[in-house]
Design a protein around this ligand. Sequence first.
Ligand SMILES: [Zn+2]
Length: 167
Amino acid sequence: MPRHDSATGQAAAARSTSRTLSRLLRVAETHVGRGVFARQPLRTGLILAEVGGRILDDHPEDSSYVMELPSGRLLDPAAPLRFVNHSCDPNCELFYWEEDDRESQEDRLWLQTIRPIVAGEELSIDYAWPADAAIPCRCQTPNCRGWIVDPAELHLMPPGSQPDTEC
Ligand SMILES: [Zn+2]
């Protein structure tokens, strides 16, 4: 997961409120459940918001939304960012602010765009799950890996078991 130097604009990012977020984004149905869509064009490198939610010590039974925090603990994200779907060719990414002092490292995740997004486009991130948590991917991008899995662990997926899908 990318890290950003904390000195470069955390204060600006903190101004992203949920009110701003609802002006930028909306939640709507997709072919894989709910998703998050841009209401207006978004530029590359735009910090959308902190991903709020509940911090968990144990992996929940329904793990499909859980995100890993800098400490390795888990975040059960709150709506609307809970509904950002996976893509093998994503237009957003999660990151955290890296503190010089490890002791002061905050267990917080932020969402930013990594390429320009047009109004109405769905926002996506690469979940990059470990192989033992991977499920078939239906992101339908040309370079779909076939699984929602960390690219570094794709080789661990059983050969020939790639799901026969349209993607
Ligand atoms: Zn895919």
